[in-house]
Ligand binder design. Structure first.
Ligand SMILES: [Cu+2]
Length: 434
């Protein structure tokens, strides 16, 4: 594993550092004199090892891709150093028994996981951060796991996945960021990922504290944060104090059903995002993206996506409380305009974590071609609540056991298909590196 990571690191450093440090300087004001500006990472953050990837701020602010969360968010991971490099390892794996109720439900045991390795070092005027995120989700099979009302992507390249959550790709992120200071409280950066995450939407669900204790994907995933695995991303941005503005050029196509490989690189879509962290406990963002032909099965449809979100985090004596609200709108061309709303919260106290999520989404993909309800837009809701009990199992490992249950709000036209009031649950165990 070490050799593998070093290999990736070396390759990325080579690929990223050379072209990007030039590009970063080209798009920023004249390169600052080294004697005037301290290089990134020499501030107080350096005492704890790694720095924020985009500028001089606490690394807890970094969520997924170049997205921000509140500075007070908890940070889990194993820190180390290797010469000039500061390193971090993080990861978790869930073993889940999944029961989805009603005629369109199903049962399946599955495992989902995420492993992340990060390395950072000073370079020229600034710093370079390399990151990889891997998942063993493809082992669950191409058709993923049963999840009522979930839509998006495909298992076979022919029919869409309905009432199932697709597995994530083995390679979720292979990315590098080069950031350099511009003035004392601002910096410019360039992020390259193949795959990576463009500047669109909130921190993706498995990386925000309000969601990461819940093994389910949100049913609004494809309105909010589904671009977190994108095969080809180039982002340039500017951080000024507690503000960040950034733009991405990326591959609009969702990953295909072959989850172990690299998808073809196309740079045909764009997005822009503005983020504001007013104080340590808040992170707010608004973003817009144009996605060229996102769906493999409807290649003629392009999509405009608008999202806005707010995350509030509060450190507690021996725990943490985080709440996230997200609104996402997908405008299909040609096609429907639909909205998704999400409110979720997680409260941890000692060994106990309580979490919950409420969603309302407009879905027009619940019926396949040929069904009389094909293409109809339905407004559906889902409410989940769960609990997890964690026990330390060694210096860097936490083992947890938990469960969650879900209820739904369905229009009457859907009750013939889904039953009048389906109930779903998941029981799970989890190992997490801390
Ligand atoms: Cu996803």
């Amino acid at each position: 594993m070490k050799v593998f990571q070093c290999g990736i690191g070396a390759a990325l450093l080579f690929a990223v550092a050379a072209p990007i440090s030039g590009a970063a300087r080209a798009q920023t004001p004249p390169a600052p004199d080294e004697s005037e500006l301290p290089p990134l990472g020499t501030g107080p953050n350096m005492q704890t090892g790694a720095n924020g990837a985009l500028s001089d701020y606490p690394m807890q602010r970094d969520g997924s891709g170049t997205a921000w969360q509140p500075d007070s968010s908890p940070h889990e991971g194993i820190h180390g150093s290797f010469g000039q490099w500061s390193t971090m390892l993080h990861g978790y794996a869930y073993g889940v028994y999944d029961h989805q109720g009603g005629p369109r439900g199903g049962d399946k045991p599955f495992s989902e996981s995420m492993f992340m390795a990060m390395a950072q070092r000073p370079l020229d005027f600034g710093q370079v951060t390399l990151r990889t995120m891997l998942s063993l989700d493809p082992f669950m099979g191409k058709d993923g796991y049963p999840l009522l009302l979930q839509t998006g992507e495909t298992a076979n390249g022919v029919t869409p996945l309905i009432d199932r959550q697709h597995p994530h790709d083995f390679l979720m992120e292979l990315a590098g960021v080069y950031a350099a200071p511009v003035t004392e409280n601002s910096s410019a950066y360039v992020y390259l990922g193949y795959p990576g995450e463009p500047a669109l939407g909130p921190v993706t669900f498995m990386h925000r504290f309000s969601a990461m204790n819940d093994p389910e994907a949100p049913i609004g995933h494809h309105w909010m944060d589904s671009t977190h695995v994108t095969f080809g991303v180039l982002t340039a941005g500017y951080v000024y104090d507690h503000w960040k503005i950034e733009g991405s050029w990326f591959n609009g196509r969702e990953p295909d059903q072959n989850r172990w490989d690299f998808d073809p690189l196309r740079l045909n879509s764009g997005s822009a995002r503005i983020t504001w962290n007013p104080g340590d406990d808040w992170s707010l963002q608004a973003s817009y993206g144009f996605l060229k032909s996102p769906e493999q099965l409807e290649p003629e449809v392009d999509q405009h996506r608008i999202t806005a979100s707010a995350t509030y985090n509060r450190k507690l004596g021996s725990g943490n409380w985080q709440t996230t609200f997200v609104w996402g709108r997908d405008v299909d061309h040609p096609g429907n305009t639909s909205d998704a709303l999400l409110l979720e919260s997680a409260l941890s106290w000692g060994s106990h974590t309580f979490f919950g999520r409420a969603e309302n989404v407009g879905k027009d993909e619940l019926f396949a071609l040929g069904n009389r309800l094909y293409g109809h837009l339905f407004n559906v809701s889902k409410f989940s609540a769960g609990y997890i009990y964690d026990i330390p199992a060694g210096e860097h490992l936490m083992l947890g056991i938990g469960g969650l249950a879900s209820l739904y709000g369905l229009p009457s036209a859907l009750k013939a298909s889904y039953g009048s009031s389906p109930v779903s649950f998941m029981l799970f165990v989890r190992g997490m590196l801390v």
